[in-house]
Design a protein around this ligand. Structure first.
Ligand SMILES: Nc1ncnc2c1ncn2[C@@H]1O[C@H](COP(=O)(O)OP(=O)(O)O)[C@@H](O)[C@H]1O
Ligand SMILES: [Mg+2]
Length: 431
């Protein structure tokens, strides 16, 4: 293993252009660093896909991956890089490939989190395997779908055990709908899940130890799903939503992930929190975009500069010891998990590092977001995302939201201190 990682960040990208350009430009604002006596000039490179010998050297010390979820050649290259070259990965395909939504439900249930009642039912249609008919006749129990549904209760959600992007998700309101949805599920393996009657939909984006809990409105079109609201959850629910997102990531070894939670009063119910390629497009995150890409830069720089170790050993037992301790109530357990998550992400050291080496970055990012360079990314993204007749409307929409962020940052950074709403804005996407 190399003693120090090469200060090069590799980007494995798909169709996206907006955040990679922002990432490259913000990384350019970091400048040369001196960490533990070592001079570092961290750069990035968009990686290409080609045949590789398993013993080939790997250049980047860290890779941010957006492909492994569906494109197996780069995924296998990532594993080779981690195993042979100790390359640091956001995210590790080792756990994302083996743990899908279903495993994430199971593990967080074990930790006592408030996952709605969920039942896994066998495939509707035979799987494509010559042994199926024999195995099924011999071992598959007959089951009563209606009786299971009665127990889960209507309305419920039927969704694939490994879902994402609303694929195959349906809301089931009655018995006829149940059978229709199940018939249509075909060869997808489905959960039936009790509906949570929620007041607020919280979506948390976590990057390393940084988490932003956002007010998500799934019924809105994409560009309007994240509301800019500062106090949409109670203090308790806000803390819990943040904790769920961090603990999920620390537990599974994920570093760049989003968690969806349905919040009813003070109760936080996680429903979808294994998203290997979380949405970070400027056209959906807008106001929160500068924070997200800055966090991605900061965490990558920290991991590279401090030679952070990656491991595939998850040591889940540490969490279960807390989960199984009957003397602890829910809050005490959540605090215990949160402490493990903070230790996992080296949170205190991370913020010390940012303070010592990256203190100039927030101001530099703020000026950059307010410059023509950022406006160019916005312009190009809007032009490539929406039809021509909508360009003007969306440009005004996103310029307005990003402009609001710039204004908020200026006032948080010590602008006119008599701004009355300042204290209410503790949840503003602060750098
Ligand atoms: N248990 C539930 N209670 C209420 N709404 C739900 C529930 N499960 C899913 N939904 C709704 O369905 C959407 C898609 O389900 P989700 O589990 O997030 O699937 P995906 O992984 O495809 O995003 C959610 O964003 C939410 O609006
Ligand atoms: Mg979802």
């Amino acid at each position: 293993m190399a003693d120090k990682r090469n200060p090069l960040i590799g980007l494995l990208l798909g169709a996206e252009e907006d955040w990679p350009r922002a990432f490259e430009q913000i990384l350019g604002l970091v400048g040369p660093l001196k960490v533990d006596g070592r001079s570092l000039d961290i750069t990035s490179e968009r990686l290409r896909i080609s045949p590789f010998d398993l013993t080939d050297p790997v250049k980047p010390g860290l890779v941010i991956d957006r492909l492994a979820y569906w494109y197996y050649h780069p995924r296998e290259w990532l594993k080779k890089a981690a195993l042979m070259n100790d390359t640091y990965l956001l995210n590790s395909p080792f756990t994302f490939q083996s743990m899908e939504k279903h495993s994430a439900y199971c593990a967080m249930l074990r930790l006592g989190m408030k996952i709605p009642k969920t039942v896994l039912v066998p495939y509707k249609n035979p799987v494509d395997n010559v042994r199926w008919a024999y195995t099924s006749a011999k071992y598959n129990d007959r089951f009563d779908l209606d009786a299971i549904a009665e127990e889960v209760g209507y309305p419920m959600y039927m969704k694939p055990f490994d879902g994402g992007g609303w694929r195959g998700v349906s809301r089931v309101d009655h018995q006829a709908g149940l059978h229709k949805s199940y018939d249509e599920s075909g060869e997808m393996l489905m959960h039936l899940q009790a509906t949570v009657d929620y007041d607020k939909f919280a979506r948390a984006l976590s990057i390393g130890p940084e988490t932003m809990v956002m007010d998500f409105r799934p019924e809105q079109p994409m560009h309007n799903r994240y509301a800019v609201s500062y106090d949409f959850l109670s203090e308790q629910a806000g803390w819990e939503a943040e904790t769920v997102s961090k603990v999920v990531n620390a537990f599974f070894g994920w570093e760049f992930n989003s968690a969806e939670m349905l919040v009813a009063g003070n109760e936080v119910h996680p429903i979808d929190y294994a998203n290997a390629c979380p949405d970070v497009a400027v056209t959906s995150l807008h106001y929160y975009f500068p924070w997200a890409i800055t966090a991605l830069v900061r965490w990558s720089v920290f991991a590279l500069a401090t030679n952070r170790r990656a491991t595939v050993d998850l040591e889940t037992r540490r969490y279960y010891e807390i989960a199984d301790d009957d003397s602890l109530d829910y809050q005490a357990k959540m605090e215990g998990y949160r402490a493990l998550a903070d230790a996992h992400f080296d949170t205190d050291r991370y913020w010390e590092f940012c303070h010592e080496h990256l203190a100039h970055l927030p101001e530099a990012v703020l000026e950059w977001v307010d410059s023509d360079a950022f406006d160019k990314i916005l312009l190009d993204t809007v032009r490539s995302t929406y039809p021509a007749h909508e360009h003007e409307k969306f440009l005004a929409h996103f310029r307005g939201l990003v402009g609001l962020w710039v204004k908020d940052q200026r006032s948080l950074a010590g602008g006119p201190s008599d701004t009355p709403e300042r204290e209410d804005r503790t949840n503003a996407a602060q750098l």
